[in-house]
Write a protein of this length. Structure first.
Lengths: 384, 495
């Protein structure tokens, strides 16, 4: 969505909803529940369609912005199931997907000073102070494979979480094993994905312009991402908002691993039997439609038996990591728990994911059992 | 009759507490965010309810109705909320009873051929459950998220409405005074729901097309049908709508189809929408003049749905070929169909052969404005030309239409619809005015009758002794007129 979009611009799109709630569950005949907030409270208000009706009412001045509205908008996990399932096509311009309209609702709430307490306020404070949100990550390509002229660039701009730092160590270890020359793009700042999702758009526009300028030296190369949120944001949102955007070649690290296995650059070394289940991260799956590569990677690992959860691929259920718990208590944890229950039902011993946020929330909820969750990259590093 | 009350805030608090005490606090919502999302159904105006409640049993429904009746609070029942016609618009300050949490499939009776389901079951859930049992149901052209009971109660169009117009067998109903009863054979203590009509008057009819004004239906037994050895979706092409109608009547009279639909050329080309392309837009055909099919494209295509033994299908297909020729048309082979209208063909195969809604079909284009009438076959031929002409004068696009037989072709359903730009209020109003004029003319000139109640047409819909008789029943069932007054079927000052 263009950052210049205003709530009134999407009134038409919002008014197309026919309240079928098809945005909340998987395609027939599976029909599994997919929308975390609707699963939490089975009321039309709490789904993509309901939030569209709320937006329409705000534009029509039938309700005023409030902290509760902001809290509800931030309760959405942003899993994108509604975007994937909504049958309303781009019949009237400007069209917008439901999740984008929720982001816009967050933005309009933030503009009016309604920012949920906790993490959103902390991040907002930081971006207002620093104009950016990120931290030094210390990512450094080992000397023997570092090559500024290499065709492949590892995108490691900022690490918001400790889990991401751990994943990055495995990335470096694997790159060394593969022996592939790479360079890196690792400024300390944020690519903008988090600011976009949280509605901090005032600060986002200058940030992505600056970032794109910095990326100019790498955009002719293949950019490999370890965080699907960064990848999804850059390939989908930069084109919408940067007039000088040039299409980039991009890959998720799981796709690089697949190539490495196929080219015999990486080999499975351990062979102890382990039953695993793979959780499709929303931004990697529904966002980028990368479902096969992680599964293919697992198939190259000896002794690893992949058991699917009932809801998988397009029908994957969110981990809940990005939901705020100001409207519904423990929204994030309750969602993660539901997904973990589904994982346990498979009988698998390890839960593999491919997104630092998923890993973080699962580990938080699991507490002492947290070791059963691991990122795909770390798992592969351990077994090669 | 005492007037319905508009609640003061103090009263509202008392009612809120009573509702919470009666059915549990988690089933009662009265915060503005929830209320406003239940307040509108574009383009109808906002009417913000005072409460939205989510019963999980018929006892919950009874409790809510008793409170509403005692305090004269209007009640609007909605099953899943899917609506484009304004039947689910609450009364200002009233109670919305949202039945979506009552979505249990209680019984699938494959011996007799019925299923007992709660009112909140949607088609996606129901058709999935039936497939597992080797059964199917009449599938309407509404989204899979719509409620089966709500749809069937409105006596809809559907994939079997030629042979099976009445899809309801038995209803469980709650009245405002707390009376709970069954309308069909299950009213007898040892009987299941196998029979709608018994030794006494058919009460189910009173709740059909009543839009929740007579009682709240909490459960229903609906007809289901076995999936036969073979099925066919036969396509026949005609250069005129009249020939297509003659063909349909002929094959029905000879007992060939379970159902038929006559599609205008724009709709058969675009019936199913390919959403895998995220840059999809309204197909350009829908912006063209519906009166003139492009060179080489038949004006109308008839889909004929048949099922039975394989040998019967082969013989019937031969007959269809012969009858189509008799009316100047021709049947299309599967290959021709796939070449001429690939997406629609795939869509019909889903609707007819997989017994499920097509996702997405034309409602994937968003909210539409629709004009629907029923008339006899000889009249529908004339009405089609006239209706298309009238809408063309407005200049609205996209536009498309279809027609189908009800009850073995005794009555023909005709539906034309357009998707005006949601930002163009002037055009929306122009279409509404045109529809209103067309409505009146169709009744006078083509012997047509409305399919659904429309508040704006009620003066010509509710006439003579019929309305007087209906009011007497209404007074008996709902003496305080609390049930869905917003739909406008009954006016307080007339009761």
């Amino acid at each position: 969505m263009k950052l210049s979009t205003r709530l009134k611009d999407v009134r038409g799109a919002a008014s197309l909803c026919i309240k079928c709630a098809g945005c909340t569950y998987a395609e027939w005949p599976e029909t599994y529940p997919l929308c975390p907030i609707y699963s939490r409270d089975n009321c039309f208000t709490f789904c993509g369609g309901g939030l569209l009706y709320l937006v329409k009412a705000l534009v029509d001045q039938k309700i005023e912005f409030s902290q509760s509205i902001a809290d509800l908008a931030f309760a959405c996990t942003g899993c994108g199931a509604c975007d994937a399932r909504c049958g309303i096509i781009r019949s009237h311009t400007p069209y917008a997907d439901p999740w984008d309209i929720v982001r816009l609702l967050r933005h309009e709430s933030v503009k009016r000073g309604f920012i949920p307490e906790g993490i959103p306020q902390q991040i907002h404070h930081q971006v207002r102070t620093d104009g950016d949100f990120g931290r030094e990550n210390g990512f450094k390509i080992p000397g023997k494979i570092a090559n500024d002229k290499a065709d492949t660039v590892i995108f490691a701009e900022c690490f918001h979480t400790d889990t991401q730092s751990h994943i990055s160590k495995s990335v470096l270890s694997l790159l060394e094993k593969i022996g592939r020359p790479v360079s890196d793009f690792s400024e300390k700042g944020c690519c903008g994905s988090t600011l976009y999702d949280l509605g901090f758009w005032e600060q986002l526009e200058p940030l992505i312009k600056t970032n794109w300028k910095k990326m100019k030296d790498v955009i002719d190369k293949k950019i490999v991402f370890m965080n699907p949120h960064c990848q999804e944001f850059i390939v989908k949102r930069y084109p919408e908002n940067l007039p000088d955007y040039k299409s980039i070649r991009h890959q998720h690290f799981s796709q690089l691993l697949t190539e490495a296995f196929k080219g015999n650059k990486l080999r499975s070394k351990k062979s102890d039997k382990v039953k695993v289940s793979y959780h499709d991260p929303c931004y990697l799956g529904r966002g980028l439609r990368i479902y096969d590569a992680p599964r293919e990677v697992l198939s190259f690992l000896h002794g690893v038996d992949l058991v699917e959860m009932e809801r998988n691929r397009e029908n994957s259920f969110c981990c809940g990591a990005r939901a705020m718990s100001n409207y519904f208590s423990d929204m994030s944890e309750v969602t993660a728990r539901e997904r973990l229950d589904e994982f346990r039902a498979t009988g698998a011993e390890r839960l593999i994911t491919a997104c630092p946020y998923c890993k973080e929330i699962f580990q938080k909820v699991l507490g002492k059992e947290k070791e059963i969750v691991t990122d795909l990259i770390e798992f592969v590093d351990d077994r090669t | 009759m005492e007037r319905l009350k508009i609640l003061r805030s103090a009263d509202k608090e008392i009612i809120a507490q009573k509702l919470r005490d009666a059915i549990g606090p988690e089933k009662v919502k009265d915060d503005d965010i929830v209320l406003i999302t239940y307040a509108s159904d574009p383009p109808t105006p906002y009417r913000k309810p005072g409460f939205v409640v989510f019963p999980e049993s018929r006892e919950d429904v009874k409790s809510v109705l008793l409170i509403a009746n005692e305090h004269r609070i209007p009640v609007t029942p909605i099953l899943r909320g899917v609506n484009t016609a304004g039947y689910g618009i609450p009364s200002e300050g009233g109670i919305v009873i949202d039945l979506r949490r009552m979505d249990k499939i209680i019984e699938i009776n494959t011996d007799s051929g019925y299923a007992v389901i709660e009112a909140g079951v949607n088609f996606d859930k129901f058709t999935t459950a039936l497939l597992g049992k080797g059964f199917r149901c009449s599938v309407p052209t509404s989204p899979g998220g719509s409620a089966v009971v709500g749809n069937y109660l409105s006596r809809p169009t559907g994939s079997l409405c030629n042979r099976h117009l009445d899809l309801i067998i038995d209803l469980e109903v709650v009245l405002p005074d707390g009376t709970i009863f069954n309308t069909g054979s299950s009213q007898f203590p040892h009987a299941g729901s196998h029979m709608r009509y018994g030794p006494h008057p058919d009460l189910a009819g009173i709740f059909t097309c009543a839009y929740g004004t007579m009682g709240i239906v909490t459960k229903a037994a609906v007809r289901i049908y076995p999936i036969n050895e073979a099925n066919r979706v036969n396509l026949a092409a005609f250069d005129s709508f009249e020939s297509a109608v003659d063909f349909v009547k002929d094959i029905i009279n000879n007992n060939i189809p379970e159902h038929c639909i006559i599609w205008n050329w724009q709709l058969y080309e675009t019936f199913a929408v390919d959403l895998s392309k995220r840059d999809a837009v309204i197909p350009p055909q829908l912006h063209m003049d519906p009166r003139h099919a492009p060179e080489g494209k038949p004006y109308s295509v008839v889909t004929t749905f048949m099922s039975g033994y394989e040998e019967m299908m082969a013989a019937s297909e031969k007959m269809l070929e012969k009858v189509a020729m008799k009316y100047g048309g021709r049947t299309l082979s599967d290959e021709e169909g796939e070449k001429l209208l690939p997406v629609a063909k795939a869509g019909w195969d889903v609707l007819y052969a997989k017994y499920h809604q097509i996702e997405p079909t034309f409602f994937g284009l968003g909210r539409y404005m629709v004009w629907i009438m029923l008339t006899e076959p000889k009249d529908v031929k004339k009405m089609e030309k006239w209706a298309v002409e009238e809408l063309a004068k407005v200049g609205v696009t996209p536009v498309c239409y279809y027609s189908q037989p009800f009850d073995f072709g005794r009555s023909m359903f005709f539906r034309i619809f357009c998707f005006p730009d949601p930002y163009n209020q002037e055009l929306i109003e122009k279409v509404a005015t045109t529809y209103q004029k067309m409505f009146q003319t169709a009744m006078e000139k083509y012997g047509a009758i409305p399919m659904r109640h429309k508040t704006q047409y009620r003066s010509i819909q509710l006439t003579n002794g019929y309305y007087e008789a209906l009011k007497k029943i209404k007074k008996a069932f709902d003496p305080n007129n609390i049930l869905n007054p917003s739909v406008g079927l009954f006016r307080e000052d007339e009761l």
